[in-house]
Design a protein around this ligand. Structure first.
Ligand code: PLP
Length: 396
C-alpha cells in the first residue's frame, strides 16, 4: 500500500527569476485565501466585471469581449484559435521559437490549413516577410508571438498589423510574457485577438488566461458555420456568463484565482503602466550592465531584446545544469535553461512583474559570481555587482 502523505504542503521560498512563474506579491497570495463565494454570487459577478474593466485597461482596448479564461496561457492560445478558426480555414503562423510552434500545433489540431513562416531562434519577422506570405497564402488569420519567452526576442507588431489587414486577414498575438511588462496596445495596433497568462509579468500564480477579441473577431465568431470544436472554451457560451443579462452558468469560474488576478491587476494599474514598463526597462539595463561586466553576452540583438526575459549565452567551459542547480539549491534562485535548439546554450533570466527589482538584480549577480568562480570561469571578482550598482546609481 502506498503511504498517505502525513505532512502539510510546505514549499521552499524561492526567488523566481526564470521564464515564469514569477514572484507573487503577498497581497495576491493573501487574496487566494479569501473566503470562496458561489460562482453566481452578486459579489463575484461584480468582481468579474471589475476584472474585465481592468483587463481592458491593461490591454489598452475598448473591446467588450475581454475576460479571463479558466486555464493557463496555453488555454488562452487555444481559446483564440478554436473560436476564430473553422476546419479548412487558412492560418499563417510565425515560428521563431517554441511558442510559435505550439500555436501552429494547436491550429493544426483544430483542422486549420496551417502554413508557417520561420526564423531562427532569437530572430524576429520583418514586415516584408510577413506581407509576402500573407499575399501569397491569403489566410483568414495570422498568428505571431509578441514576446517569445523561449528566445528573449520581441516581435514588433504595428507595421505588420497593417500589412496583415491590407490583405483582409485578422491578426492574433501571443502576449503571455509581454502583458504588464512592455506596452501591449491592442486598439492602437489594430490586433483582432490576443491572449496572455497570469504568471509572467502580472505576478499572479498560473491559472487564468486573459483574452481580448476585437469587434471584427466577434463578428467572425458570430458568422461561423460550424460549432466551436471545444465546449469548454466556446466564447459564445463563456461570454454569456462573464457579461450580458443572463449571466448563465457555463462552467464554475476558478473563484479564488479571480480574486488573485483582481488584486494583481489593481496593483499593476495603481503602479501605472508607464511606471511599470519603466521599472522593467531599468532593471533589465542594470542586469545587463552586470552581465556584460562579467563578460557574458546576450543571445538576442539589442534592438529586439525583451526586458523581462534576458537570454544570455552560457560561457564556454561552464556547465549549465551545475550552475542552475547551485543557484536553486544554495541561493534559492530559479532561472531558466534554454529551450529547443538553445538547450544547454543559454540561460533565461526573468525579471517579471514583482520579481523585477533592483535587489533581485544584485542578489542574482552576487550568486552568479559565486557559481562562475567555482566553475573556473575567469572574470574580475565583484565586477558584475559594481557595474550594476554603477548603472543604478546613475539613473536613480
Ligand atoms: C508561458 C508562455 C505560454 C504558455 O503559457 P502556460 O501558462 O505555460 O500555458 C505561451 N506563450 C508564451 C510566449 C509564454 O511565455
Amino acid at each position: 500500500m502506498v503511504e498517505r502523505p502525513n505532512s502539510p504542503v510546505c514549499p521552499p521560498r524561492r526567488v523566481l527569476m526564470g521564464p515564469g512563474p514569477s514572484d507573487v506579491s503577498p497581497s495576491v497570495l493573501a487574496a487566494l485565501g479569501a473566503p470562496t463565494v458561489g460562482h453566481l454570487d452578486p459579489y463575484f459577478l461584480n468582481l468579474m466585471d471589475e476584472v474585465q474593466q481592468m483587463l481592458r485597461e491593461l490591454f489598452q482596448t475598448e473591446n467588450s469581449l475581454t475576460l479571463a479564461v479558466s486555464g493557463t496561457g496555453s488555454a488562452g492560445m487555444e481559446t483564440c484559435i478554436v473560436n476564430l478558426v473553422e476546419p479548412g480555414d487558412r492560418v499563417l503562423i510565425g515560428v521563431n521559437g517554441v511558442f510559435g510552434g505550439r500555436m501552429a500545433d494547436v491550429a493544426t489540431r483544430y483542422g486549420a490549413e496551417v502554413r508557417t513562416i520561420e526564423r531562427s531562434f532569437g530572430e524576429v519577422f520583418s514586415t516584408e516577410k510577413v506581407a509576402e506570405a500573407v499575399r501569397e497564402f491569403q489566410p483568414k488569420l495570422v498568428g505571431l508571438v509578441h514576446a517569445e519567452t523561449s528566445t528573449g526576442a520581441c516581435q514588433p507588431i504595428p507595421e505588420i498589423s497593417k500589412a496583415v489587414h491590407d490583405q483582409g486577414a485578422m491578426l492574433l498575438i501571443d502576449c503571455v510574457t509581454s502583458l504588464g511588462g512592455i506596452p501591449v496596445e491592442i486598439d492602437e495596433w489594430n490586433v483582432d485577438a490576443a491572449y496572455s497568462g497570469t504568471q509572467k509579468c502580472l505576478s499572479c500564480p498560473p491559472g487564468l488566461a486573459p483574452v481580448t477579441f476585437s469587434k471584427r473577431a466577434v463578428e467572425a465568431m458570430d458568422a461561423r458555420s460550424s460549432k466551436v470544436a471545444s465546449w469548454y472554451l466556446d466564447m459564445s457560451m463563456v461570454r454569456n456568463y462573464w457579461s450580458g443579462q443572463s449571466r448563465a452558468y457555463h462552467h464554475t469560474a476558478p473563484i479564488n484565482m479571480n480574486y488573485a488576478l483582481h488584486t494583481a491587476l489593481r496593483e499593476a494599474l495603481d503602479e501605472s503602466l508607464e511606471a511599470r514598463f519603466e521599472r522593467h526597462h531599468q532593471n533589465h539595463l542594470g542586469l545587463r550592465a552586470g552581465l556584460e561586466a562579467l563578460g557574458l553576452k546576450y543571445a538576442v540583438d539589442e534592438s529586439i531584446r525583451l526586458p523581462m526575459l534576458n537570454a544570455v549565452l552560457i560561457p564556454e567551459g561552464v556547465d549549465d545544469k551545475t550552475v542552475r542547480g547551485r543557484l536553486l539549491n544554495e541561493f534559492g534562485i530559479e532561472i531558466g535553461g534554454g529551450l529547443g535548439p538553445m538547450a544547454g546554450k543559454t540561460w533565461r533570466i526573468g525579471l517579471m512583474g514583482a520579481a523585477s527589482t533592483t535587489s533581485n538584480v544584485l542578489l542574482f549577480l552576487a550568486a552568479l559570481e559565486n557559481c562562475l568562480q567555482s566553475s573556473g570561469y575567469q572574470f574580475t571578482a565583484g565586477a558584475g555587482i559594481a557595474a550594476a550598482n554603477n548603472y543604478f546609481s546613475n539613473v536613480n
